[in-house]
Design a protein around this ligand. Sequence first.
Ligand SMILES: NC(=O)c1ccc[n+]([C@@H]2O[C@H](COP(=O)([O-])OP(=O)(O)OC[C@H]3O[C@@H](n4cnc5c(N)ncnc54)[C@H](O)[C@@H]3O)[C@@H](O)[C@H]2O)c1
Length: 299
Amino acid sequence: MTLPDTRPTPDVRTGDAGIPTSLPARVGVLGGGRMGAGIAHAFLLAGARVHVVERDDQAAAAARDRVATALERSAARGRDLPDADTLSVGSDPAGFAGAGLIVEAVPEDRALKIDALTRIEAAVDAGAVVASNTSSISIDALAASLRRPERFLGLHFFNPVPASALVEVVTGAATTPEVVRAATDWVEAIGKSAVVVRDAPGFASSRLGVALGLEAIRMLEEGVASAHDIDTAMELGYRHPMGPLRTTDVVGLDVRLGIAEELERAFGARFAPPALLRKLVAEGHLGRKTGRGFYEWSA
Ligand SMILES: NC(=O)c1ccc[n+]([C@@H]2O[C@H](COP(=O)([O-])OP(=O)(O)OC[C@H]3O[C@@H](n4cnc5c(N)ncnc54)[C@H](O)[C@@H]3O)[C@@H](O)[C@H]2O)c1
């Protein structure tokens, strides 16, 4: 069934509050790690100039390499590449001046993100939209320290960004409808689909995805079935493209543990992390990125 698109269609390329609904010419990304590099790559391919800010020059150079590698993979698949000078990197948020959108993608730590967002806001133009790629932290909690919470929202990209079609647009209590509409249009302009979700712990995807993942880990602990058979039950029985344990390996066991702890604080024991998850994380078995999680991974 196709639902009618009830969003108001802007008849000019500028939204009601002076926010362009076409893709901003300049986009900033704070934190050029796994997600930030993927986000930068997506906006570069869509034609924006992208500036990535990292914590120091060495990390900035590493971020540039990550984005370049992602662009090379796209070229190998036949995509036209943007000019090399459309990507810039640095270590000072002042470089975000002139950007219409800045996406924060530093590690999932509330204090770190509040500090990062405050520094972004101090550096950018008053009209810029600022977004966080947080997987689990409340948008309203992050907005509380900002001077312009009406121009702040969550843009929750998925991992790996180039292969993921979805972005959750997470609306805070103060986010204006114009900002939500512009952000939704920008997501579509980079070739992805947006779902709009009210700020609630775990949004839509993490809450459901982690619930399934934690139950799968408990089933493994209880010896109900092997990891392979638990995953196969979902892949073949429910047509999930990837089972919950393999998905946990790909996301990172440490990332999932952090989200589970956040959801346990919000919803109680039903999101309590299983002992097996804590044990594997404590042993450094974080999934694909360390070569071992619920499965063995070769490089
Ligand atoms: N990995 C996933 O599957 C996934 C999926 C969706 C959302 N997220 C979210 O995306 C965010 C980033 O996750 P990631 O997996 O890319 O982490 P990551 O560790 O790969 O990257 C984080 C980057 O931020 C940089 N950084 C740290 N402090 C900084 C600072 N003060 N200023 C600038 N840069 C700084 C680090 O050097 C690093 O390159 C987190 O909020 C995470 O929850 C992750």
